[in-house]
Design a protein around this ligand. Structure first.
Ligand SMILES: Cc1cc2nc3c(=O)[nH]c(=O)nc-3n(C[C@H](O)[C@H](O)[C@H](O)COP(=O)(O)OP(=O)(O)OC[C@H]3O[C@@H](n4cnc5c(N)ncnc54)[C@H](O)[C@@H]3O)c2cc1C
Length: 288
């Protein structure tokens, strides 16, 4: 029986597994995720923050999926892979052997190279844990520092301003369409260090000013998560390079979703695109 391992339990990984199971009930399928949850609708995290949708709605997407499709879900961090030995290795001990590997490991936050980004209260809005941390911190904060320039930034600024939390926004280009007086645009300096012991307590700016805050949000710092293919023969550029069958340059190793790069094609970082690439991968694995 062949063993298909999928690193990534989100749009690309889940759609790949679903597609395989449509025609192949024999192969053993293992999905691995470093997040200790079943798959959830990542693109609805902002709606969850706004309290518009319930936690259960976020997780509805794949609730019974694993059991119904005979798929094993493993919660662990993959630290490296050995394509020649067809093995992947876990942070929490051990390894798995695969016949086919699918890298559906998405994007990851890349924090700026300053001191203190590892403190509690320094977050991005990439995963469910980030969203929960923001919600838990809300009653404790009067001020939030936000860095970013995309639509996530705009939504976050609006979210905090509505809660009468003072927003210090570090993005000279971004003007938020809001009447709120609690938004201050900081254009003449940047965050140079995050101060505090275990928890963020303040930020020090490049003009030496200090702003007290327990929450620092980096809203747009996601990059394709190519860590696992560095130091392997698998080719990558900004993302893992795949052909139109989502195959890397190594036989039996595919990649799908936000982590990929297809030469000559503009990348779309979207849920629909990740699902589509996962489906294509599943079809190519099953040759349908
Ligand atoms: C806040 C926010 C808002 C968004 N809004 C929209 C929107 O409105 N519309 C839209 O289309 N898209 C939106 N997106 C983008 C969309 O969510 C992504 O394009 C989509 O989730 C990509 O899916 P993916 O399967 O490629 O990877 P991801 O969803 O990033 O999932 C990656 C998976 O890999 C796992 N993983 C990574 N590394 C390892 C490792 N070393 N070991 C084990 N597991 C690992 C993770 O645990 C996770 O399960 C938004 C994203 C965010 C963060």
């Amino acid at each position: 029986m062949r063993h298909i391992c999928i690193i990534g339990n989100s749009a690309a990984g889940v759609s790949c597994a679903k597609t395989i199971r449509q025609t192949d009930s024999e192969s053993k399928i293992t999905i691995i995720s470093q997040e200790n949850y079943p798959a959830y609708l990542r693109f609805k995290l902002l709606d969850f923050l706004y309290q518009g949708i319930k936690e259960s709605d976020l997780f509805e997407f794949a609730k019974d999926f694993y059991k119904e499709n005979n798929i094993e879900l493993v919660n662990n961090v993959v630290t490296h892979i050995e394509p020649e030995k067809k093995r992947l290795y876990f942070k929490e001990k051990g390894f798995l052997e695969f016949d086919i590997l699918v890298l559906a490991c998405g994007r990851k936050p890349k924090f700026p190279d300053i001191k203190g980004t590892n403190k509690r209260g320094v977050v991005t809005v990439y995963n469910f844990d980030d969203a929960k941390q923001i919600i838990e911190t809300l009653p404790l904060i009067q001020t939030v520092c936000i860095t970013g320039s995309n639509y996530v930034t705009e939504k976050l600024v609006d979210f905090f301003a509505q809660k009468n939390i003072e927003v210090k926004l570090f993005c000279p280009q971004l003007k938020i369409n809001s009447e709120s007086k609690s938004i201050e645009y900081i254009t003449d300096s940047q965050i140079q260090e995050i101060l505090g012991n275990g928890d963020a307590k303040a930020v020090k700016l490049s003009n030496n000013k200090i702003i007290g805050t327990n929450l620092v949000v980096y809203a747009d710092i996601l990059v394709p998560n190519i860590d696992l293919v560095k130091d392997t023969p698998i080719k990558y550029n900004n993302g893992i390079i795949v052909n139109s069958s989502m195959l890397t340059n190594i036989e039996n190793i595919y990649a799908a979703g936000d982590v990929t790069e297809i030469t000559g094609r503009e990348k779309s970082f979207s849920w629909a695109n990740a699902e589509q690439e996962g489906t294509t991968t599943g079809r190519c694995i099953c040759q349908i």
